[in-house]
Design a protein around this ligand. Structure first.
Ligand code: PLP
Length: 490
């Protein structure tokens, strides 16, 4: 597969005097009279002069350089890059939603508030929580918000010394980072060889300094943590709360609920499980749910339903305050609502089992050629520790680059940090059997190439427009100005 790469700069297309618009002559002329000299520029800005078709073609061609879930298979572990149904886009683009001013009075925005409230309620049901806020902008932002709720709870009881969060060694990097930003200390608990939290190692870590324990289930290895009720009982006994990192709740939706396992606070990544486009840093949404008794600490404003059936904004005094621009990323929330409602209860119940089936199918079809360090039934994702045959010198990075030649996005590599050659694959439920089989075939071919023609894999990719960017040089001497780019040595 040889994707054509479009590398023109719009400045290359510029020709003096070319325009994409025509304005009527107002008869007033253009006068700079009255503008102080120090505010006037000395020379005209260097803007491209282009006609409209050139502009349209330029940006359309640029957009085709991107790899996305709409152009190919994207098995990026821990990211749930599932297909995003186009109906969600239509709902988010409805003018009565997208054109709403954020400060529209509640009385004039009842439809939007009802949509927001409905999603809050649906997430409560999905998570087994009492209340949800949709205000946080991302998973990590949700973690921070949730930890702030936990701190507010401890403080409200006058328990000021709880300054520690326990995080498993398999956790997503955002967990310790969020704890640190929330002003809490991080203590790591080890995993057992089977990938689950070591309950014996947890015991000595529990004391009256523990504010919370953060857990991901299925964990970052895609393994279901079976001892959560027991862990929750121990953490609660020590006075701490249980935080659920629900970025990866995809395989559990409609099957089981964090609230039922003993978690007190959780977040969900709408941009992963609830199928709204993400990547490249945004946009996202990380709603936070809490069990009964913690609602009063959630960020403001809250959307509440009044006795007369109307919706209003509420900012209770016990709230930890505002964490975002009022109600968060509303368009992402609308997409998630459209996704949940269009799948319905029955459809949602199929998501997790199908994602689990697809992941296990790939794992079992490749385990003879790739090293499987944790050999268990996985949930929505699993981790290989590189190729089984280490004698060829072909690394996980090489395999990932070689996949690009076949039109697949690379899986997540070198994460989690538990293995040297981590290769983390998450197919999601939205791929058909043909795509899964194509991927398996290519992964088997790459293993074969590694054994018989290792240089072919080590020098990959061969068919991409940009072959071997120098990562170090790009970080040390980035080219960020037009003058840099004009040298056209992409
Ligand atoms: C993606 C992810 C996060 C972080 O979510 P962002 O929206 O990227 O901030 C946290 N935890 C886990 C397990 C994740 O997969």
């Amino acid at each position: 597969m040889n994707r054509k790469f479009y590398s023109n700069l719009i400045f290359d297309l510029s020709r003096k005097g070319r325009k994409g618009y025509r304005l009527p002559d107002t008869g007033c002329g253009a006068s700079l009279e009255g503008i102080p000299a120090n505010l006037l520029r000395e020379s005209a800005p260097e803007l491209p002069e282009v006609d409209e078709p050139s502009v349209v073609r330029h940006f359309t061609n640029l957009s085709t350089n991107n790899f996305g879930v709409d152009t190919g298979f994207y098995p990026l572990g821990s990211c749930t890059m599932k297909y995003n149904p186009k109906i969600n886009e239509e709902m988010a683009a409805l003018p009565n939603m997208s054109a709403l001013h954020p400060l529209t009075p509640a009385a004039a925005a009842q439809g939007a508030l009802e949509a927001y409230f409905t999603l809050q309620e649906l997430l409560c049901e999905i998570g087994g929580m009492s209340e949800f806020t949709l205000n946080p902008f991302a998973g990590a932002h949700g973690e921070l918000t949730g930890l702030m709720v936990i701190r507010a709870y401890h403080r409200s009881r006058g328990d000021m010394k709880r300054d520690t969060v326990i995080v498993p060694d398999s956790a997503h990097g955002t967990n310790p980072a969020s704890a640190a930003v929330a002003g809490l200390k991080v203590v790591e608990v080890k995993s057992l060889p089977d990938g689950t939290v070591d309950v014996e190692a947890l015991k000595p870590l529990l004391n009256d300094r523990v504010a919370a324990m953060m857990m991901t289930n299925p964990n970052t290895l895609g393994i279901f943590e079976t001892r959560i009720p027991e862990i929750a009982a121990m953490v609660h006994e020590a006075g701490g709360l249980m935080y659920y990192d629900g970025a990866n709740i995809n395989p559990l939706v409609g099957v089981t609920r964090p609230g039922d396992m003993g978690f007190d606070v959780m977040h969900i990544n709408l941009h992963k499980t609830f199928s709204t486009p993400h990547g490249g840093g945004g946009p996202g949404s990380g709603p936070v749910g809490v069990r009964k008794g913690l609602e009063q600490f959630l960020p403001s404003p809250r959307v509440v339903k009044l006795d007369d059936g109307t919706f209003a904004l509420d900012s209770p005094e016990t709230s930890l305050g505002q964490v975002s621009n009022l109600l968060g990323n509303f368009a992402v929330e609308l997409r998630a609502l459209a996704y949940i409602l269009s799948l319905g209860k029955e459809g949602l119940r199929e998501v997790g089992p199908m994602a689990t089936l697809a992941a296990n199918y790939i794992k079992e079809s490749l385990r003879d050629l790739y090293r499987l360090p944790v050999d268990r039934v996985c949930k929505h994702e699993f981790v290989f520790d590189g190729l089984a045959d280490k004698s060829t010198g072909v690394t996980t990075l090489n395999v990932a680059k070689r996949l690009l030649d076949f039109g697949f996005h690379a899986p997540t590599i070198y994460f989690p940090l538990l293995f040297h050659e981590s290769l983390m694959i998450e197919p999601t439920e939205t791929e058909n059997l043909d795509t899964l089989n194509d991927f398996i075939k290519v992964m088997r071919q790459i293993a074969d190439e590694a054994a018989n023609n290792p240089d072919l894999v080590k020098n990959a990719p061969h068919d991409t427009p940009v072959r071997h960017p120098d990562d170090t040089a790009a970080a040390l001497t980035p080219r960020v100005t037009v003058a840099d780019l004009k040298s056209n040595d992409l």
